[in-house]
Design a protein around this ligand. Structure first.
Ligand code: AP5
Length: 215
């Protein structure tokens, strides 16, 4: 199963990617997580990405394409992948398509999770993440057992720097301008599956499975 997840910030791409892994064992590749890890470790990539991410802007295509194509060559993705946050621009989609073709592979579907902007703004304002193990919570919908503490590793939960309201507005504008055109791009190829992303995560996952013919 080779999938890409599309959707605005806070649509639930990461949440659904984890469910796909739990049910089908297909590893999630989140470009946001890769970049945040690089920022935390202070690598060259992290130094380059940090100011762009913090401003809600995209990291340049050539950087992102290099990262994802390297990742796709790793053995754990040989039997399938779920891309979360990539592609995000038409040039990224073109580079992905060519690389998969060269490798004799293809995308099976592109899942676009549809959520109105006012809902994503509310979701993002409640998101708390664990920098240690990557767990994601929501103080309104899915709170940790102890406030501010990760259920899994007991680390301290934080709010992402780019989850502040003014940055979320910029991320939404970038999404509309640069990522939304991918819907038409993949629709033309017959790969796009639009999924209603409002409602409990389990119901959304059931819809995704139906769209993939796996329910
Ligand atoms: P990235 O980390 O990819 O951010 P994003 O696309 O903005 O997506 P989010 O992580 O904000 O949300 P999500 O859709 O995964 O939602 P989640 O499941 O967490 O990218 C960050 C930055 O990195 C970018 O701005 C850019 O700078 C850079 N970058 C990354 N990829 C790039 C690329 N390809 N090219 C260039 N730059 C790139 O859910 C959100 C919240 O809602 C959580 O609290 C969750 O618990 C809750 N929730 C989830 N589902 C539901 C539901 N059904 N009902 C209620 N609450 C829900």
């Amino acid at each position: 199963m080779n999938l890409a997840l599309l959707g605005p910030p806070g649509a639930g791409k990461g949440t659904q990617a984890k469910k796909l892994f739990e049910e089908f064992g297909v590893p999630q590749t989140s470009t946001g997580d890769i970049l945040r890890d690089a920022v935390r470790r202070g690598t060259e990539l992290g130094k380059k990405a940090a100011p762009l991410m913090s401003a809600g802007k995209l990291v340049p295509d050539e950087v992102m394409v290099g990262i994802v194509l390297d990742r796709l060559r790793q053995p754990d993705l040989s039997r399938g992948f779920v891309l979360d946050g990539f592609p995000r621009t038409i040039p990224q989609a073109e580079a992905l398509g060519s690389a998969l073709e060269r490798a004799g592979k293809k995308l099976d579907a592109v899942i676009s999770i549809q959520v109105p902007e006012e809902t994503v703004v509310e979701r993002i304002s409640g998101r708390r993440t664990c920098p240690r193990d990557g767990s994601v919570y929501n103080i309104y919908q899915n709170p940790p057992k102890r406030s501010g503490i990760c259920d899994q590793c007991h680390g301290e939960l934080v709010q992402r720097d780019d989850d502040k309201p003014e940055k979320v507005r910029e991320r939404l504008a970038v999404y509309r301008a640069q990522t939304l055109p991918l819907e038409a791009y993949y629709d033309k190829q017959g790969l796009l599956r639009r999924i209603n992303g409002v409602g409990p995560p389990e119901g959304i996952f059931a819809e995704i499975k139906t769209a993939l013919g796996r329910s």
